[in-house]
Ligand binder design. Structure first.
Ligand SMILES: CC(C)(COP(=O)(O)OP(=O)(O)OC[C@H]1O[C@@H](n2cnc3c(N)ncnc32)[C@H](O)[C@@H]1OP(=O)(O)O)[C@@H](O)C(=O)NCCC(=O)NCCS
Length: 181
């Protein structure tokens, strides 16, 4: 499996992976799939501050992606990031998610992040299994926090420590600055 940093031109492939998740499942709490153009804007904005990685299949096509985002906006949260991973349906169960996450954690740790959080709409056995396999532990459940596909939905939160600081840390570095973009 090959991994690389996402580029704006990956937006179409990423949208194609994400659209059925939005339309057909409660995994994402979005209600309308974003267009490829909207996804392109998200990619450009995210890459200013956070890593966004894609995996490539043997044909060189995007088979999955993982990225980080701010956990909360207030300044004292700045060392905490949310992480997300999606793998194309025909590439699941081949350790693509595990590989994407390992690389994402390495990037986040290098930038100075201390904690990663993942919100998982429940139930999602595969996602819970992946997150626990890569070292996340369960924090708790927000009950009935969203309404989608005719019912109220719970979101479980998982947490992984990326690095521990003994003293007040420096602010995390922006991904664009760290990667010379
Ligand atoms: C969740 C998801 C990203 C997992 O990616 P994946 O590439 O299939 O997972 P991997 O093959 O890397 O599996 C990693 C571990 O997770 C576990 N796992 C993955 N899928 C599983 C499943 N369906 N059932 C049980 N365990 C599973 C395995 O224990 C595996 O451990 P191993 O590497 O020791 O075998 C993928 O199923 C997916 O894209 N699902 C739809 C989108 C989604 O739910 N995203 C997460 C949003 S919170």
């Amino acid at each position: 499996m090959q991994l690389r940093i996402a580029v704006p031109d990956d937006a179409e492939a990423i949208s194609a992976i994400y659209a059925p998740i939005v339309s057909d499942t409660t995994i994402s709490f979005e209600l309308e799939p974003p267009t490829a153009d909207a996804m392109r804007e998200r990619l450009i904005e995210t890459l200013q501050r956070f890593p966004w990685l894609v995996s490539l299949d043997e044909a060189g096509e995007v088979s999955g992606y993982a990225y980080a985002s701010a956990h909360r906006a207030r300044a004292a949260y700045q060392w905490s990031a949310d992480t997300t991973v999606y793998v194309r349906a025909d590439s699941r169960g081949q350790r693509v998610g595990r590989g994407l996450y390992a690389a994402l954690f390495e990037e986040l740790t290098g930038l100075g992040y201390a904690q990663a959080f993942a919100g998982i709409a429940l139930p999602n056995l595969a996602s819970v299994a992946l997150h626990e396999a890569v070292g996340f532990t369960a924090v708790g459940v927000y009950r009935n926090v969203g309404f989608k596909l005719g019912a109220w939905r719970d979101v479980g939160w998982w947490q992984k420590t990326l690095r521990s600081y003994s003293t007040e840390p420096a602010a995390p570095i922006a991904f664009a600055a760290a990667s010379g973009r």
